[in-house]
Design a protein. Structure first.
Length: 322
């Protein structure tokens, strides 16, 4: 394992995940993402504030009301829209990685993309930042069902936002790293229209991370019933499975990025997703953390290439995407 991945697992282990137990068992036994995929994307009213000028691009802060009624906190969703100073050739929704509260990390990542002509929309994840429920310490989710609802809600909100972006731009993509890669993959699979998708270090399910992966040490097994609860945790976390949905719609442009020395997400997971989709699979020679720190350009290239592969898509008014 990469030493930075080990340091991350130690840091995360200071706050125990799922200290509140299983939570809503009915939700854990449902098909939350499959239910979302079966419906048309929700229409949301995205309210954007005035543009703030940054180095070479414009930034709008905005918000909308989440369409997910089961959330007990964080129903008002914050977003950040970054647009090039001139014409945007495409737009990408960038999902949050595990622990990525706020927008700073993703703004730094997308800034070169925006300067080169791609608009980027950033969603504040459920259970993070201003959307954290009372009693949650940092990003350590209190119950297992909180994790399931976080992911299914992010997918539901992400579908709504890609539809909103498509009303403004002909060529639209979704991207993310780690958990953000998984939610990006699920959004693409659940989309009724073709998308560009760049999924980096995506787990197939969260069981890959919290049951069989190195982060199994951060789980409060005693709160779930003791070590014998591990197989049940495996089964319940496996209900949100990228391989359980059909590949993204015909015409989608797909790039999957795996991380060779990943100590958090098993490298076999992005390989399995790429095979399931028939997508291009690229590898970064790094660990989970060092890939973000030192290989950002390779990750951005995956986003650019996925968007370029969608050149044949059409805008809603029938015009060919530029």
């Amino acid at each position: 394992m990469d030493l930075l991945d080990l340091a991350l697992s130690v840091a995360l282990g200071r706050s125990r995940f799922f200290a509140g137990g299983w939570g809503d068992v009915a939700l854990l036994e449902s098909e939350p993402v499959g239910d979302v995929a079966a419906r048309p994307p929700d229409a949301v009213e995205l309210e954007l504030g005035p543009a703030e000028r940054r180095d070479g691009f414009l930034v709008h802060s905005g918000s909308f009301e989440s369409p997910e009624p089961r959330l007990t906190a964080g129903r008002r969703v914050r977003v950040r829209l970054l647009e090039p100073a001139g014409h945007a050739r495409a737009a990408v929704l960038v999902m949050a990685a595990a622990g990525d509260q706020g927008f700073t990390v993703r703004e730094t990542f997308v800034a070169p993309l925006v300067r080169s002509g791609t608009a980027a929309l950033l969603l504040e994840n459920p259970y993070y930042g201003n959307r954290r429920p009372v009693g949650q310490a940092g990003t350590a989710l209190r119950t297992v069902s909180d994790l399931a609802l976080m992911i299914s809600t992010a997918v539901r909100e992400g579908r709504a936002l890609t539809a909103w972006l498509r009303s403004r731009h002909g060529r639209v993509g979704v991207a993310g790293y780690s958990m953000g890669g998984q939610t990006a993959a699920l959004i693409a699979e659940a989309s009724p229209f073709p998308l560009a998708v760049a999924a980096a270090a995506p787990p197939v399910t969260q069981a890959s991370v919290f049951v069989t992966g190195y982060l199994r040490h951060v789980v409060d097994l005693e709160a779930l019933g003791g070590p014998e609860a591990r197989p049940l945790l495996q089964r319940r976390l496996s209900r949100i499975d990228v391989l359980a949905l059909p590949p993204p719609p015909r015409g989608s442009s797909m790039v999957v990025v795996g991380v060779r020395r990943d100590g958090i997400v098993p490298p076999a997971d992005p390989a399995a997703i790429a095979e399931h989709w028939g997508a291009e699979l690229r590898w970064v020679e790094a660990g989970h953390v060092s890939a973000v720190l030192f290989h950002g350009e390779a990750l951005r290239r995956a986003v650019r290439d996925a968007l370029d592969g969608l050149r044949g898509d059409s805008a809603p008014d029938g015009r060919a995407a530029a």
